[in-house]
Design a protein around this ligand. Structure first.
Ligand code: FE
Length: 209
């Protein structure tokens, strides 16, 4: 009886092993990122190394600021013309500590250089997260007469901080050389496109008092 039982048990165990092995899903080792999704809060270990400690220069507000923008991190719903762009980064104080809950208000022209001065297309404010991180889903702004491509912003580090008003620029801005407002310390860093979506980063340094 034992002579039959032992091989039978071995065969059953082998069968169970083969079955269990077959259940393993074929996973690729790298997690797949969803194209075009804005990053959430995933700071690297050395975020302070990307902080200059120099407060950003303030630049003119220009004629197209509208107060009272909606709170949002994505302008995608606006369906504005232009190349999709995701802008991400951190807000630091001048000691390079990330600032939590900093207020950032963005406004810009669409890809054809037009502002929405009646509504809030391509306008919105947000607050940095616990790591001082922000992300904005928008389009690359276009040029309009006299100006290179730029994104306007206002930042308030804390409730009682002064408002810092300035503008971001692009390394390949077609009008950079001839725009009197342009400041190269406010050029975003461009990364690799992700499925047609431009990726830009910029870390803001502002005084916290
Ligand atoms: Fe402008």
């Amino acid at each position: 009886m034992k002579k039959i039982l032992i091989p039978a048990i071995i065969i059953i165990l082998l069968g169970v092993f083969v079955f269990v092995s077959g259940q393993k899903p074929n996973t690729s080792p790298e997690p797949q990122e969803i194209a075009g999704e804005p990053q959430t809060t995933t700071p690297s270990e050395d975020i302070s190394q990307t902080c200059t400690g120099e407060a950003i220069p303030q630049l003119t507000e220009g004629p197209y600021y509208t107060p009272g923008s909606p709170e949002r991190k994505s302008f995608r719903e606006d369906n504005a013309p232009g190349t999709p762009l995701i802008l991400t980064g951190y807000v630091f104080d001048t000691d390079c500590n990330p600032i939590t809950n900093a207020w950032i208000d963005f406004w810009q022209a669409d890809g054809e250089g037009n502002y929405d001065n009646a509504g809030y297309t391509l306008r919105g404010h947000q607050y940095t997260d616990a790591n001082g991180f922000y992300s904005l889903e928008t389009v690359v702004p276009g040029q309009y007469p006299g100006r290179t491509e730029h994104i306007h912003f206002k930042i308030k580090a804390t409730e009682n901080s002064p408002v810092v008003t300035s503008q971001l620029f692009f390394p390949d801005g077609k009008g950079n050389a001839t725009d009197a407002i342009f400041d190269e310390s406010l050029i975003v860093n461009m990364g690799e496109d992700v499925e047609g979506v431009k990726q830009a980063t910029y870390n803001f340094v502002v005084g916290s008092k």
